[in-house]
Design a protein around this ligand. Sequence first.
Ligand SMILES: NC(=O)c1ccc[n+]([C@@H]2O[C@H](COP(=O)([O-])OP(=O)(O)OC[C@H]3O[C@@H](n4cnc5c(N)ncnc54)[C@H](O)[C@@H]3O)[C@@H](O)[C@H]2O)c1
Ligand SMILES: [Zn+2]
Ligand SMILES: [Zn+2]
Length: 345
Amino acid sequence: MKAFVYQGPGKFALEERKKPEMSAPTDAIVRVTKTTICGTDLHILKGDVPTCKPGRVLGHEGVGIIDSVGAGVQAFKVGNRVLISCITACGKCDYCRKGMFSHCTTGGWILGNTIDGCQAEYVRIPYADTSLYPIPDGVDEEALVMLSDILPTGFECGVLNGRVKPGDTVAIVGSGPIGLAALLTAQFYSPARIIMIDLDDNRLQVAKRFGATDTVNSADGKAIEAVMALTDGVGVDTAIEAVGIPATFELCEGLIAPGGTIANIGVHGTKVELHLERLWDRNITITTRLVDTVSTPMLLNLLKSQKIDAKLLITHHFKLAKILEAYETFRHAAKTSALKVIIES
Ligand SMILES: NC(=O)c1ccc[n+]([C@@H]2O[C@H](COP(=O)([O-])OP(=O)(O)OC[C@H]3O[C@@H](n4cnc5c(N)ncnc54)[C@H](O)[C@@H]3O)[C@@H](O)[C@H]2O)c1
Ligand SMILES: [Zn+2]
Ligand SMILES: [Zn+2]
């Protein structure tokens, strides 16, 4: 089968690989029908994610059809259409029992990281019963790909951890797919203002269409002044970091109002400075989180009832054979206006 493989920092290729085989009775093999690329995959290609070793098939998002199941799988049968969660959960360990699936002792974020992922024709899913979701009739499968990772991530790591409340002022740094997912799901709580910050005017325009009340292009290095001007010098109740570089986390530190919450989403590959000399007396909270995907069933309900239009995030389509083009398009989003790219088998 064809598979997109990380070969070491800056190196990658579409390779011919053996179809994955079952390795435990709780596994399922899924034929991937649609997958996509995440900002995290770009971090891996840069060498920012040391757990992901050369030779790994990337990809942790997608939908597909059950090709085979182990004897221990009860919830799925061959031919069922399924949503693949970016988080694998055994359902039984202490972390899973607490709903912290991201830290499942034998799962968590392993797909396309420590085990082969779904940017391929087939993928092996461990603990299929608790790591896959059945696709309800009538739900758009492309929209559903946005539920593997980005919508639960924006919602759980950004909106829930950031404690967004009615009437609040929220800043979201990074208007990529994850920042936009946070923007869409923050609106469940009716904040009064949502200020989107990015370097890319096209993405800021998209953010306006998705419900941002204000946008700030931070290319001039004056984002803090701009946000202070918008908030009567107070700052924001919630600052969501959705980029994953030191400059954007430090920007959140500069935007936060007393009593506020900085919710980090970005995957960081280098040390970030924490300015406690400025923040120690501001009563703020800083949160970090790897998405748990506990909100996936709730988001599925909202998608089914069309309360959230996840398809808005999809800009491009490619065949798996053209995945290198898909990566180029996604990587050069400022030029291509790409948000999420769908890759079809
Ligand atoms: N915590 C989690 O569980 C989790 C899950 C998925 C993704 N992530 C991370 O979330 C982050 C965002 O993902 P994405 O797919 O949206 O990535 P992306 O690369 O598509 O988007 C990042 C956005 O940040 C903007 N940006 C870059 N530098 C900036 C700067 N200095 N100031 C302002 N904006 C800047 C870019 O223009 C872009 O629009 C990544 O770090 C990704 O790894 C975390
Ligand atoms: Zn991801
Ligand atoms: Zn577990």
